[in-house]
Design a protein around this ligand. Structure first.
Ligand SMILES: [Zn+2]
Length: 489
């Protein structure tokens, strides 16, 4: 009986999600505490290493000042309060990805001061503004990258690549203000847009933005999900975990406080270990690094160089290009999309037309392909060339839709595709007349009906379009059909 009662009140607001986001500062050329290159992708394993990032005894770390510059910039963008004096701490643990047995990180207790505290990210959820509070932001080093044969729980071995060890990570911790997997996705989209507008990190790079999530239902125990390696996976992982916890509650068992691993291939979470508490990490100040003093002058210097943020860009898009606020919000939620839109606007005068195509057909095509604009092959010039062809009456709207999806998948210009596939509009009256004659012969009943039923006229027009794959000029087709029907009477 208790079970059914429990299952009734699983409303949305009883889901509490907090996120811990790890963002690699990919704008940096070197690692956080040594001069090794941080550009490890595609490089031979364990070649970008030195005694510091391998964690050899006696090696001494030195803080990368540029990393602090970028961190200050992000803190300013999130309205987070920057600590005038911030310290590094050792987070002790034993694992193959960190042979020195501790990670240099920051801590907000036991005298530790993280880089910044507080802050807010606002974003739109179904037309209303949602605010998620930031708890803190800190700098830490990325551990080495591990690869498994197959899955983590069945692999006979673990491979370790230290090229990633020591890469600068920004960790942003939110309060548990997020109430659904969808909100989590929207939140991350906004955060990514901010980070990319700042030029701090490139979210297209595999593993550059990762996320851990903690989630609780009905104020129950918190479960932490690790290893969500891309923002796209977050929604999936959270949905899975909510269903798993609901089922446990329905069956009358309790949710254990634990850490679970997200397995993206099998799309499920696996229990890793009962959650360690913070005291298990034995945080203490890193004795090899001096505290970093962040003066007001330093902060102001960074502030004066801040690039335009998504919210500012949104307002500018509405003002400068006259597009609706809704369009501007959606477009600026992705830096790549906003860049694409703006480049189109430099090439073609009607911004609303551009935004219409971006908001509908372009977005739908990308969604169907499961890719982002940056991964697609379409260029702004292709879209604006296509709009000019419509304006000149050389292609119909229907052909344009076909063209757009081909431009996205092939990267070819509209002119090339039209030539290859013979898509130009048929504007020649004699040529259309021939097809109308054919249609009249094939559909005598519709011709009879068309004398009094406008729907039947449309049907005949549709048949002409079918035969010409949408290439017949609709105006000429309509005119011809009406003329021929009048002649029949
Ligand atoms: Zn190194």
């Amino acid at each position: 009986m208790v079970n059914t009662q429990r299952s009734i009140n699983l409303e949305k607001d009883q889901v509490k999600i907090g996120l811990e986001i790890h963002i690699q500062i990919t704008a940096l050329k070197t690692k956080l505490f040594c001069g090794c290159s941080s550009d490890y992708r595609g490089k031979e394993a364990n070649t970008l290493v030195c005694p510091v990032c391998l964690g050899l005894p006696g090696s001494l770390p030195v803080t990368n000042k540029r990393a602090i510059d970028f961190a200050i910039m992000v803190a300013l963008a999130l309205n987070s309060t920057i600590s005038p004096r911030t310290t590094f701490y050792r987070k002790n643990y034993f694992y193959v990805d960190m042979p020195k047995n501790f990670q240099i990180s920051q801590y907000d207790k036991a005298g530790g001061v993280p880089l910044s505290i507080g802050g807010i990210i606002s974003f739109e959820v179904n037309g209303t503004v949602k605010k998620v509070r930031i708890k803190r932001m800190q700098l830490e080093e990325d551990p080495a990258r591990l690869s498994y044969y197959g899955t983590i729980d069945s692999s006979p071995y673990t491979l370790v690549d230290f090229n990633r060890a020591g890469v600068a990570l920004l960790e942003i911790v939110t309060e548990p203000d997020i109430n659904s997997p969808d909100e989590a996705r929207l939140f991350l989209q906004k955060l990514r847009s901010i980070i990319e507008h700042l030029g701090v990190s490139n979210g297209d790079l595999q593993g550059s933005m990762r996320c851990d999530a903690n989630i609780s239902l009905q104020d129950g125990k918190r479960v932490e999900i690790k290893n969500i390696t891309s923002f796209l996976e977050v929604k999936r992982a959270l949905q899975y975990e909510i269903i798993r916890q609901k089922q446990l509650i329905r069956r009358g068992s309790t949710v254990k406080q634990e850490t679970r691993h997200w397995d993206a291939d099998r799309r499920l979470t696996i229990s890793l270990r009962t959650k360690e508490t913070e005291s298990d990490y034995r945080y203490f100040p890193e004795p090899d690094l001096v505290p970093v003093e962040i003066s007001q002058t330093w902060i102001e210097e960074i502030r004066s160089k801040m690039p335009e943020l998504p919210d500012e860009r949104k307002i500018r898009f509405v003002k400068e290009y006259g597009i609706p606020e809704y369009d501007a919000t959606v477009i600026t939620n992705s830096k790549a999309l906003a860049d694409f839109f703006e480049e189109c606007c430099h090439l073609y005068p009607d911004a609303k037309k551009i935004s219409n195509w971006i908001m509908t057909d372009l977005t739908r095509n990308l969604k169907d392909l499961g890719i982002e604009i940056s991964e697609s092959k379409i260029k702004p010039k292709h879209l604006t060339d296509m709009l000019r062809l419509i304006d000149k009456g050389e292609i119909s709207g229907k052909i344009a839709k076909e063209l757009l999806s081909k431009m996205i998948s092939t990267g070819d210009s509209p002119q090339t595709i039209i030539k290859r596939e013979n898509l130009l509009k048929i504007g020649d009256e004699a040529q259309i007349k021939k097809i109308v004659d054919e249609v009249f012969k094939e559909f005598p009943k519709a011709v009879q009906d068309a004398k009094k039923d406008p729907n039947a006229v449309n049907y005949l027009v549709g048949q002409v379009m079918n035969k010409t794959r949408g290439k017949a000029d609709p105006e000429i087709t309509n005119k011809l059909i009406r003329k021929m029907l009048a002649e029949l009477e």
